[in-house]
Design a protein around this ligand. Sequence first.
Ligand SMILES: *Cc1c(COP(=O)(O)O)cnc(C)c1O
Length: 361
Amino acid sequence: MSSSYGDLPLRADLVGQEPYGAPQLDVPVVLNVNENPYPPSPALRQAMGAAIQEAAGSMNRYPDRDALTLREALASYLGNGLTAGNIWAANGSNEIMSQLLTAFGGPGRTMLTFTPTYSMYPEYARNTCTSYVTEPRRQDFTVDAGLVLSAIARHSPTVVVITTPNNPTGTCTSLEVIDAVCSATDAVVVVDEAYQEFSQTPAALSLLARHPRLVVTRTMSKAFAMAGGRVGYLAASPAVVDACRLVRLPYHLSAQTQALALVALTHQDELLSRVRQLAQECRSFQDWLRDNGYEVVPSEANFVLFGRFTDRHAVWQGLLNRGVLIRETGPQGFLRASAGKPEEMAALKEALAKINPEGRH
Ligand SMILES: *Cc1c(COP(=O)(O)O)cnc(C)c1O
């Protein structure tokens, strides 16, 4: 799809660029954007409806600009001695990242990430006029402190992003590595833990007390099955939160968003039991792939990167022809599939077995 800007005075660096996004196709089995496949239960839906009705009663007023009640609830969910002053929330962690770059990036400054990684990062950098630089991960897609610190020495970024579990590889980074990096740099170190609830590796939250420039970002899009609600958040020192408050748009988080997020948090036990089930589904799919001759990148998230295909596009298309949508992303020869319901995983395996009977490379 190409756009015509006519003779609009579009920023020069935007001319010729395409809007980002995985295809949103209406097919029976959707496993392409790491969504949680389980819609809210009837009880949760009811509670969400009641909260919206309540919020509607004061829709004439602006929402709580500082989302204090929500931030208190998020702090108590995260534990680790965090309070509302350590938490900031926005419309998805993509808005959180955008606010962080508005505050700590900008013209003449650099953001550093480790590839392959999340394909949205270059967009946040571009939009905030921040230079975007990457360094490759090791062969097994991990990073160690030496790799991160030598990249920092080379590029002098003000913002470094370590994604764990990493998207699209599912690879985790240990606390020891993050601790060592934070101890040796003045940069703001953002640990993107969008998939942390699915993982067995400890969260970086316990390091926050020691490192005032460490920022842990989270989202309700995946574990909390709230991708449609658009809620992301960060945990950091109060100074980082203050910086985000400087650059946020006034009243950025709507009253209904705040209300829905609070309801989801009060149902966290129900939602997190689904998370354990999805993590298990993802592990058994990885076993199935290995047993069937595929190369699998070990994943601690709710998705897995697998291959290696000589023509991955043909495999992706073949699956789509059978009603299964996964993602053509990551290193050449690999595809990424999200963990779905048992019947969705069965459909994916069946389709793969037809297209690629010997897990052909
Ligand atoms: C899905 C994802 C997010 C979450 O984005 P939202 O804007 O909160 O929906 C953040 N980081 C990574 C790496 C992701 O894959």
